[in-house]
Design a protein around this ligand. Structure first.
Ligand SMILES: Nc1ncnc2c1ncn2[C@@H]1O[C@H](COP(=O)(O)OP(=O)(O)O)[C@@H](O)[C@H]1O
Ligand SMILES: [Mg+2]
Length: 113
C-alpha cells in the first residue's frame, strides 16, 4: 500500500475528491495547511510601491492510501483535476504504508482500504 499525499489549491479539492470517488477511491483525508513552494509564496507590489511578500499560502492536503497497483491511477486523477498550468498548482508525494487495519472488523492490508 502507498499513501498519495497531494498539496493542491483549496478551490480544487471538491473537483479532485469527486473525480476520485467516481473512480472508486472513496476513503480520503482533507486537511487545510499553509506552506510554500519554490516561489516562496507570492510577491506583489502593494500600496505606495512597497513589495509585499506573503511567505505562506493556504493549500489543501489530500491524503489517499491505496493499493500499489492504483498509485499511478490516483496520481493521474489528481493531476487532471487539480492542474491549472499556473505556478502554485501543488505537489504530490508518495510514501509506502506498511499496514492498514479496519478497526470495526480487524481486516488488514488491501482488504481494509
Ligand atoms: N518540498 C516540499 N515539501 C513539502 N511541501 C511542499 C514542498 N514543495 C511544495 N510544497 C507544498 O506544496 C504547495 C504548493 O507548491 P507549489 O508552489 O505548487 O510548488 P513549487 O513552487 O515547488 O512548484 C506549497 O505551498 C507547499 O505547501
Ligand atoms: Mg510554487
Amino acid at each position: 500500500m502507498n499513501k498519495v499525499e497531494a498539496i493542491i489549491r483549496p478551490e480544487r479539492v471538491s473537483l479532485v475528491a469527486e473525480a476520485l470517488a467516481e473512480a472508486g477511491f472513496i476513503g480520503l483525508n482533507v486537511a487545510h495547511v499553509t506552506g510554500r513552494g519554490v516561489q516562496k509564496g507570492i510577491q506583489h507590489v502593494g500600496r505606495g510601491g512597497m513589495t509585499v511578500t506573503v511567505d505562506m499560502l493556504p493549500k489543501t492536503k489530500l491524503e489517499v492510501v491505496c493499493k500499489d497497483t492504483d498509485v499511478d491511477k490516483v496520481i493521474e486523477i489528481i493531476i487532471e483535476s487539480a492542474r491549472t498550468g499556473e505556478v502554485g498548482d501543488g505537489k504530490i508525494f508518495v510514501t509506502p504504508v506498511t499496514q492498514t487495519v479496519r478497526v470495526r472488523t480487524g481486516e488488514r492490508g488491501d482488504a481494509a482500504l
